[in-house]
Design a binder for this molecule. Structure first.
Ligand code: THU
Length: 160
């Protein structure tokens, strides 16, 4: 008989006041980053913030293009820019939020599959988990301890 593998994923569901001071700052930076998004086609503004080991923060936003597939999500914009500027930096938090241009409310920011794959690469590279903090519905937040929880069964350099 076929055996079954059950994967358990644990996610903290948090109210704003339950975020640490650093997480609140990171989410604030992600909100600011969203304002800078270049998203004239979707008007869906996404902001990402990275907190580095020494507390430095780095931000990114989605960058769209008239040739739609040439655009890039906020998460990858932030991660690639960080890796290009500070190739040895260790990430201790990634925060993501989103909103529609004409609305003030922040919306659930669930990273797309390609962004999860890129997060997995940098987590593998730094040999330490990257906690991910996502804006969730109703002003709440999801905190994942590791990219592995966002992308189980991931393809890594070990698979090559
Ligand atoms: N987007 C992100 O920036 N991150 C995601 O994980 C999902 C989608 C952007 C891409 C595009 O500019 C807009 O949101 C609408 O898909």
């Amino acid at each position: 008989m076929a055996s079954e593998l059950n994967i358990q994923i644990s996610v903290d569901v948090l109210e704003p006041q339950e975020l640490t001071a650093e997480e609140q700052q990171a989410m604030q930076l992600a909100q600011e980053a969203a304002v800078d998004a270049y998203a004239p086609y979707s008007n869906f503004l996404v902001g990402a913030a990275l907190v580095l080991e020494d507390g430095t923060m780095f931000k990114g936003s989605n960058q769209e293009n008239a040739a739609y597939p040439s655009g890039l999500c906020a998460e990858r914009t932030a991660l690639f820019a960080l890796s290009a500027h500070h190739p040895r930096a260790k990430i201790k938090l990634l925060a993501v939020t989103a909103r529609r241009r004409q609305e003030q409310e922040f919306l659930p920011a669930m990273p797309c599959g390609a962004c999860r794959q890129v997060m997995a690469e940098y987590e593998y590279k730094q040999r330490e988990p990257i906690p991910v903090l996502l804006q969730a519905a109703d002003g709440k937040f999801y905190r994942f301890k590791s990219v592995t929880d966002l992308l189980p069964f991931q393809f890594t350099p070990d698979n090559l």
